[in-house]
Design a protein around this ligand. Sequence first.
Ligand SMILES: *[C@@H]1O[C@H](CO)[C@@H](O)[C@H](O)[C@H]1NC(C)=O
Ligand SMILES: *[C@@H]1O[C@H](CO)[C@@H](O)[C@H](O)[C@H]1NC(C)=O
Ligand SMILES: *[C@@H]1O[C@H](CO)[C@@H](O)[C@H](O)[C@H]1NC(C)=O
Ligand SMILES: *[C@@H]1O[C@H](CO)[C@@H](O)[C@H](O)[C@H]1NC(C)=O
Ligand SMILES: *[C@@H]1O[C@H](CO)[C@@H](O)[C@H](O)[C@H]1NC(C)=O
Ligand SMILES: *[C@@H]1O[C@H](CO)[C@@H](O)[C@H](O)[C@H]1NC(C)=O
Ligand SMILES: *[C@@H]1O[C@H](CO)[C@@H](O)[C@H](O)[C@H]1NC(C)=O
Length: 924
Amino acid sequence: MENRLLLFSLVLALLLLMDSSSAQAPGFVSLDCGGKEGFRDELGLEWSPDSLNYGESTNISVANETRTQYMTLRHFPADSRKYCYTLTVASRTRYLIRATFLYGNFDNNNVYPKFDISIGATHWSTIVISDASTIEMRELIFLALSPTISVCLSNATTGQPFISTLELRQFNGSIYYTDFEAQFYLSVSARINFGADSEAPVRYPDDPFDRIWESDSVKRANYLVDVAVGTEKVSTRMPIDVNRDDRPPVKVMQTAVVGRNGSLTYRLNLDGFPGTGWAFTYFAEIEDLAPDESRKFRLVLPGNPELSKAIVNIEENAQGKYRLYEPGFTNISLPFVLSFRFGKTSDSSRGPLVNAMEINKYLEKNDGSLDGDIIANVVSGYSSADWAQEGGDPCLPVPWSWVRCNSDPQPRVVSILLSKRNLTGAIPSSLTKLSGLVELWLDWNSLTGPIPDLSGCVDLRIIHLENNQLTGPLPSSLMNVPNLKELYVQNNLLSGTVPRGLLNRNLVLDYSGNINLHKGSKSGSRVNIVIGSSVGAAGLLIATIVSCIFMRKGNKRQPEKDQLGNTLPLQIVASSKSNAPTEAAHCFSFSEIEDATRKFEKKIGSGGFGVVYYGKMKDGKEIAVKVLTSNSYQGKREFSNEVILLSRIHHRNLVQFLGYCQDDGRSMVIYEFMHNGTLKEHLYGPLTHGRSINWIKRLEIAEDAAKGIEYLHTGCVPAIIHRDLKTSNILLDKQMNAKVSDFGLSKLAVDGASHVSSIVRGTVGYLDPEYYISQQLTDKSDVYSFGVILLELISGQEAISNESFGVNCRNIVQWAKMHIESGDIQGIIDPSLGSEYDIQSMWKIAEKALMCVQPHGFMRPSISEVLKEIQDAISMEREGAMVRDGHSDDTSRNSAHSSLVLGDLAGADNFLSLDESVAQPSAR
Ligand SMILES: *[C@@H]1O[C@H](CO)[C@@H](O)[C@H](O)[C@H]1NC(C)=O
Ligand SMILES: *[C@@H]1O[C@H](CO)[C@@H](O)[C@H](O)[C@H]1NC(C)=O
Ligand SMILES: *[C@@H]1O[C@H](CO)[C@@H](O)[C@H](O)[C@H]1NC(C)=O
Ligand SMILES: *[C@@H]1O[C@H](CO)[C@@H](O)[C@H](O)[C@H]1NC(C)=O
Ligand SMILES: *[C@@H]1O[C@H](CO)[C@@H](O)[C@H](O)[C@H]1NC(C)=O
Ligand SMILES: *[C@@H]1O[C@H](CO)[C@@H](O)[C@H](O)[C@H]1NC(C)=O
Ligand SMILES: *[C@@H]1O[C@H](CO)[C@@H](O)[C@H](O)[C@H]1NC(C)=O
């Protein structure tokens, strides 16, 4: 789509830069975003400043980072626009493109940015910064099909989008050829150098294409863990014959790991997966084997028994020692958490050996707007204008500032908004080819020449050409634009007569101010606004008044402008959410409550705030009545706080507040009755009856609760912070849907401020340590508590325990963190889950839970992110469950065991339905 955007000055600039840096490998572009001048780095790569005319450059300083390209970055406004780099490439050539992001707290804000990066119209990745001094990197391999490629930042969710470097590396050969390369990019997930002699990656000049081969000794969370006993590094100085120059560099092949005890095992998280991808391993025999020795092994991937059939014999496959053998899969389906093993065959004397590995994910290309080429043509006539520099696809992922598009998968341009842009010359004829065009705004420019034939734009409704210097007649072809409703051509230099067909139509037409343009052939009667004759007299009057008001107010109906004078898409300026008026809380009479509870007969729970009674209203509705203890710290003020708050909140995952009652100094709040009690009881309490809820149900409960919390955080104005999330505040209804309860400690977050200060409250074990220390309450305090709940769901352990977590550890967070970070997730999984869970979904939740309990609020994800992760885990789990219930071929599972657990599960279901029929209500 970008193939005609050649004439951008930016592109020209890049072409010049590339010429001047021809000393290094051809086809390398290294942009130092925000940089001021070019330089050569210690690797010998030539860097050039990115000369963009938007965004701002900033200097940053990050401990231990001395590379010049990381001392600057370019950041962009957090608005609804996209900001693009356009790079020149050689068509039909493969490239690696690499974008890096080092936040460095450039805005002195510590709000970690989150935004999207796209390549052309294709969403590439979401950049989520979680640490000010860690470089985020994204790499993509693509076959260039057009002379330029654009990389755009957009969709600032938090913070300001920014970029540190953008690098383009041209490949020479075809190692990355795939059958799918016209429709798919390869997004790089892992590129590993096994047995590396240091933590430093191998890259240029050892790798002439500057791929970054990551050392296997770098320890990252859940990356290359579960290393088998007996794994040893080996290396050689002998040259390795890698055959062709785009194979892994010799230096990478000279090191390897060997499984001395017969196995090599690893587990790693694959960013972007699950999905289908391209995965290759690289082997070279670099040890001396005696003549009677052999090295033969198999790849074992859980769930893929077929793959284990092939036997690797490196020397035989490569036809010699010190030669490359590179088996792989051009299209393999892989999970997010990849566990793999190379196991020696029984007749092999040596254990397996592996030198390197590469895994890339297929990323489907988006073809972009159908009008991309036409718009590129329009733009090419204005190469020096700011508005023509926006780059990327005109519609995707977000439209240019002066374009609006429809929402088709391959969008069409529906509006061109180029009022007051100093356009000169003729109206670009390409515009007439925009077959989806509805509105054309070219008013207040200096356009000259005739009005082109617009009859190809069959949907065109509104045309603004006024206040230009257009000449020639008002073309009769306009009569062939079937949907035309408004036509403004006043104040031009048009001549001749107004076609009768236009005058006879139901059309708002203004052609005043064209001294040589006349209504009919005989007279020069000046009709400013002609309304079609089919409109009746009254209609005419109204229409005229409306139009007049509209005329007088000038560009009232024009889309609004932002500070830069750019036209904003209309939906952006749509009015923001208004504060709904506070609904009055329903007041129950005391006698009503007394009757319903039969004089407070059935106590169903008690807590710090008071006692909860079961009740049934006359209409059969079951209720829970919380009678607040008079000496409870929840005094009158908190009471009214809770009442007002609760009456405003309605969400299916929040326990419904029905009203309140005050009598004789006693305060009561009335909620819907929740039949299945608290989550806590189901995890640890009497309701478990020695059985517990299964993993998928736990995930669904987590999802429900997260939705409730998300609503409090994002759906209420001002946002509401719960402050006391815990398993006993998550209640379950008849259908085991979870709802969050007890806003007794909730306080309205101060609108506009990021935190409110108040007395620290909450429950030990769930309390955000940062809040405890600083007394600064934010929504991230709830996220902390929710992380604790996730850990409880995984482990079936209570948040605080004197026995469960070993010596010197009373707290689930410390305990779980220790296990998860050392890769030992099995050590914390609730034994009562048996093996009826998908290890990947478990990992996903465990990792997110750890993010939630990070010591500092800004390091924690938002509840919405957590929710998304839970939902992903649920879909993984559902797929996994289908596999498990069907043909279980996962080698890590024991089938006898799993059928036993299935039996248990059926029992659990019975138990739940049984429990429903027992009318014994549970506490809330
Ligand atoms: C960044 O640093 C360079 C050189 O150290 C200096 O010339 C430039 O003014 C700095 N820019 C900003 C925005 O501080
Ligand atoms: C910087 O390097 C020093 C010495 O290598 C190390 O002690 C320190 O932890 C590093 N700091 C950071 C922020 O990585
Ligand atoms: C922007 O990002 C948010 C959250 O990451 C996502 O929900 C939304 O769909 C994105 N918008 C666009 C236009 O991609
Ligand atoms: C690319 O291929 C050409 C011709 O085969 C060769 O001369 C050149 O050295 C190669 N470039 C690199 C960087 O390997
Ligand atoms: C690994 O092999 C060594 C000797 O080769 C042996 O002493 C050791 O017990 C083995 N370890 C395991 C866990 O099998
Ligand atoms: C890979 O294989 C899957 C399943 O066989 C297929 O659906 C897909 O189209 C193939 N190609 C890519 C690029 O995923
Ligand atoms: C149009 O030109 C005038 C005068 O040269 C200038 O002041 C104005 O900013 C320009 N407008 C745009 C949108 O470029």
